[in-house]
Design a protein. Structure first.
Length: 119
C-alpha cells in the first residue's frame, strides 16, 4: 500500500511537503515516485525515486522546485515542493514507478492528497 498525506492550500511562491508511507514492500525492493492529476487534465508524472539504484528523476515542469527524498528505515518518501505555482494545483499520488516520469510507468498507487495553490 502507498498512503499519501500532507496536502493543503498554499499561496503562489509558497512551500508544502507531502509524505508517502509505503507498506507491503521496501524502498530497496521497488522504486516509488509521485504523479499528479489536475482537474480536467490527464495524469502527469512528477518524480521517480530509487533508493536501491541511487537516482531521482523529475519532470521538467518541477525540476529545480520539487525534491523527492526517501527514508529506508521508515519506508517513506517525501515530496518537498518549493516556489509553488497555481499550475501545481492537483491531486498528488505516490506510486510504484520504474525509472522515469513517463506516466505509463506508474503502475500502482493509493489514495491521493489534494494540493491547491492560489495566486
Amino acid at each position: 500500500q502507498l498512503q499519501a498525506s500532507g496536502g493543503g492550500s498554499v499561496q503562489s511562491g509558497g512551500s508544502l511537503t507531502l509524505s508517502c508511507a509505503v507498506s507491503g514492500f521496501t524502498l530497496e525492493e521497488g522504486n516509488v515516485g509521485w504523479f499528479r492529476q489536475a482537474p480536467g487534465q490527464q495524469r502527469e508524472g512528477v518524480s521517480c525515486f530509487s533508493l536501491k539504484n541511487g537516482f531521482t528523476v523529475y519532470a521538467d515542469a518541477v525540476k529545480g522546485r520539487f525534491t523527492t527524498t526517501g527514508d529506508g528505515a521508515k519506508n517513506t518518501i517525501d515530496l518537498q515542493m518549493n516556489d509553488m505555482k497555481p499550475e501545481d494545483t492537483a491531486v498528488y499520488y505516490c506510486s510504484i514507478c520504474a525509472r522515469s516520469t513517463n506516466i505509463a510507468e506508474y503502475t500502482y498507487w493509493g489514495q491521493g492528497t489534494e494540493v491547491t495553490v492560489s495566486s
